[in-house]
Design a protein around this ligand. Structure first.
Ligand SMILES: Cc1cc2nc3c(=O)[nH]c(=O)nc-3n(C[C@H](O)[C@H](O)[C@H](O)COP(=O)(O)OP(=O)(O)OC[C@H]3O[C@@H](n4cnc5c(N)ncnc54)[C@H](O)[C@@H]3O)c2cc1C
Length: 472
């Protein structure tokens, strides 16, 4: 093994590897749920170095875990406890290669963050459709590999809909150059789709070409206090009908979360006095001011008793305040305690009844957990977090492992009963591998496992993780 490690160090040069305590931030995930030390963290500076690293690992039976910004929420970017593994970090694959305003494309190396791509697109009066709270750290390679979603999916789709081409280093060290900026290509299997959402199980994504959109000049958001949660899908349908293609986001915020965010970040404020259990945060993006459209939408919604009250952001700082309230809702650090977490999606018009079913189930338990929920409800995507709450201290309380597992089993079942998925946008990683076996039919798992074996016969890349992991 020492010889293999020496070869790996030589392949990437002195600036290209870390060991010992220097690996600390690469060794645990963003939520601090998963932790394992790799043999080394390797930081190759180009595709050729990635290829060399892969060939050395292949010869010595070392598994490879790709890591971008390490913001993934399913534990897929952390090394193995039980197998020798290295982290291939894309930190130094950080160049934007081309921004083409006429071709409406942007090309970059895998380690470039989503925020840098957004900024580069804006500079040429274009827009990157993908956006989510971790934009400042998450990389384009990681977002491709988890098929990330975020707040603009209802208008522009997920990462899968943005990717035009990819370059990938395969498990045998060869490079697949699929870096094409084509909108159409009916020349056979859509290979790029295999690597999108593969969570590093089929190779290392090294370069990406993405679509850009024309820049919308006006982005105006509203926050509405929901009057009748059971009619959430009616409110959504009204917003879509009124705004047509210009509705770019439709998010659900719980009052509990908004309160907590305001406590934690004193510079943020509640934008209206009206208090409701739920709020909807929507955004209109277009080339014309949206004031009239929004006035009409909110008046109609109020007339139909769908909302109590609403505010429309009137300045960039008000916009920012609204979206910070949303971005800070993920519960991991808001409640600093472990509960049962779900990244579920159901058909858009079933979100409220799905939530109600989960809440009814939670109410039958003793202790009965709080059902915290927020997310991209315009895509049918609810992030659910069930945790115990002490009425005495007014603070979250620990949940036993037994209670958490029981809740996971039951809520998964409810999700499937609604025709949903337990992995809407965060991937499978190591967190959901075993639970996937319950969600997917045997034929599907068999096909996924065959694809894995065909491309990575020695099981070098993130083995045992991802949807096919339980079948490997
Ligand atoms: C605050 C917060 C908000 C978030 N909000 C959203 C949201 O709204 N929508 C959403 O979809 N997601 C969201 N996420 C999670 C999201 O999946 C990740 O932020 C992002 O997609 C992963 O990018 P990353 O570079 O951090 O990847 P990592 O965490 O480093 O890796 C994620 C997975 O991809 C693999 N991988 C990484 N880079 C490569 C590569 N170059 N080649 C092959 N495999 C690779 C890893 O092995 C791992 O399996 C959020 C996360 C946080 C922390």
């Amino acid at each position: 093994m020492t010889q293999a490690l020496d070869l790996l160090k030589t392949a990437v040069g002195d600036a290209g590897w870390l060991s010992g305590e220097d690996m600390a931030t690469y060794s645990r995930d963003w939520r601090h749920v998963y932790q394992a030390d790799p043999l080394l963290v390797l930081r190759p500076k180009n595709t050729q170095e990635v290829g060399e690293v892969v060939r050395i690992c292949s010869r010595h039976g070392i598994t490879i875990v790709s890591q971008g910004g390490n913001t993934g929420l399913a534990g897929g970017a952390v090394a193995y406890h039980n197998r020798p593994s290295v982290i291939v970090a894309t930190t130094r694959l950080n160049s934007i290669l081309d921004v083409d305003p006429e071709g409406f494309t942007i090309s970059a190396e895998a380690g470039v963050t989503i925020e840098r791509l957004q900024d580069a697109a804006r500079q040429v009066n274009r827009e990157l459709a993908i956006d989510f709270g971790a934009r400042g750290s998450a990389t384009v390679g990681g977002a491709v590999s988890t098929d990330a979603g975020g707040i603009n999916v209802l208008r522009s789709g997920t990462m899968r809909d943005q990717v035009l081409g990819l370059e990938v280093v395969l498990p045998d060290g060869r490079v697949w150059d699929g870096l094409r900026a084509l909108r159409k290509d009916a020349s056979g299997y859509g290979l790029k789709h295999l690597f999108i959402g593969a969570e590093g199980t089929l190779g290392v994504v090294t370069k990406v070409v993405l679509k850009l959109e024309p820049r919308r000049v006006y982005n105006q958001s509203f926050l509405a206090a929901v009057a009748d949660f059971d009619r959430l899908s009616e409110l959504y349908a009204l917003a879509q009908e009124t705004a047509q293609q210009s509705l770019s986001a439709f998010e659900l915020l719980p009052d509990l979360g908004v309160n907590r965010v305001c406590e934690k970040f004193p510079s943020l404020y509640r934008p209206m006095a009206t208090v409701a259990d739920w709020y909807v945060l929507g955004r209109i993006s277009s080339n014309e001011p949206a004031d009239e459209l929004l006035d009409g939408l909110l008046a109609t919604a109020s007339g139909r008793n769908l909302i109590h009250n609403a505010v429309v952001a009137q300045s960039a700082s008000q916009e920012e305040n609204l979206w910070m309230l949303r971005d800070e809702l993920p519960p991991e650090f808001l409640f600093s305690i472990k509960g049962a977490k779900f990244d579920a999606a159901v058909p858009v018009n079933h979100v409220a009844s799905y939530y109600n079913r989960v809440a009814e189930f939670a109410a039958t338990l003793n202790p009965a957990p709080v059902v915290y929920a927020f997310g991209h409800v315009g895509d049918g995507n609810l992030h659910l977090y069930l945790f115990n709450w002490s009425a005495e201290t007014g603070q979250p309380q620990a949940m036993t492992e037994e209670q958490r597992l029981m809740i996971e089993r039951r809520v998964d079942q409810i999700t499937w009963d609604f025709g949903g998925t337990i992995s809407a946008e965060h991937g499978v990683g190591q967190e959901l591998t075993l639970r996937m076996a319950e969600q997917k039919p045997e034929v599907e798992l068999d096909l996924l496992a065959r694809i894995k074996r065909a491309i990575d016969p020695d099981g070098l890349f993130n083995p045992g993780r991802g949807a096919q992991g339980s079948w490997e």
